[in-house]
Write a new protein. Sequence first.
Length: 279
Amino acid sequence: MKSAPPPVSRGLGPASRAPRPNVPFVGTRPPEDAPRVLDVIGVTKRFGDKVVLDDVTFHVPIGEFLCLCGPNGAGKSTLLKAILGLIVPDKGSILIAGLPAREGRSKVGYVPQRKAFDRDFPASPLEVIVANVRGRWPLRITKEERELAMAMLEKTGAAALANAQMRDLSGGETQRVFLARALSTKPDLLILDEPTAGVDVGGRAAIVDLMAEISGSETIAAILVTHNLQAVARCAERVVYLERSVKAWGLWSELSGDQDLSAIQIASGDHRALAMDGD
Ligand SMILES: Nc1ncnc2c1ncn2[C@@H]1O[C@H](COP(=O)(O)OP(=O)(O)OP(=O)(O)O)[C@@H](O)[C@H]1O
Ligand SMILES: [Mg+2]
C-alpha cells in the first residue's frame, strides 16, 4: 500500500513548529555592485560561553528598507548595538558607508526602544531635537535650529507638541518625536528598534505610515526590528531573518509567498516571532 505523502506545512500547527533545518533561505540579494550604506561581515559575538551572533553577514544598499526579524533572544538588539558601535564583535567587522562603525556613527539615526528613555527628564521635543543636532544640551536655541527642529517635527506630524514636556506625551507621540530627532541629522541609515512597541493602535498606525513613507525614500536606508507583521508588510523591501545566524535573506515578496513562508516560518508557526497586530 502506498503511504500517504508527508503533510505540507502551511505555516500553522505543530508541523510548522518542528525544528527548522539549519539551511539558510536564499532569496534575491541586493545587486553586488549597488553602493552600500551598511556591511555586516562575518560578525560573531559571544556573551560568556553563549554564542549570540554566529558569523552574521549581510549588507544594505543605499536607500533600502530592511526588516530584521527573528524570535526573542535571536540576537537582533545585540546586532543593532554592534552597528551603533556600542559593542565590539568578537569576530568580523561592520562598515557604515565604508567606514568602521564608530567613525560612521554620525551617519546613523537611531530610534531607541521607548523604555530606553528616562521619561521624567524635564525637556521639550524642541530641546531634545536641537540637543541631538548640536551634540550637547542647548541653553539657547537659535532661529536656524528652531526652524530645522520644527521642519522635522512637521514631517512626523508632531509640530503641535514642540514645546510640550516629553513626560506628558503618549507612547505614539514620543515615538514621533524620536523619529523627528533621528531624522534631524539627515542620516543615511535609520535604525528603528521596535518603534511600535507599547504604542496604542492609533499611534502604531501613524508610525507605520511614517515608516512606509521613509521606505519610499531613495536616500535614507533603514533597519527596522519589529514583531509587527503589518509594519513588515507595508515597509520592508528586504528581510533578514536572524536566529543567531542569518536564516533567510531576500525580498519580502519572496519570503511572504506561501511556499517560502512555511520554509522559513517567517510569520508562521512561530507566533512569538511575528504577530499581525503585535509590537
Ligand atoms: N550584555 C549581555 N550579557 C549577557 N547576555 C546577553 C547580553 N545581551 C544580550 N544577551 C543575551 O543574548 C541573547 C540575544 O539577546 P538580544 O537582546 O540580542 O535578542 P533579541 O533578538 O533582541 O530579542 P527580543 O526580540 O526579545 O528583543 C539573549 O539570550 C540575551 O539574554
Ligand atoms: Mg531586542
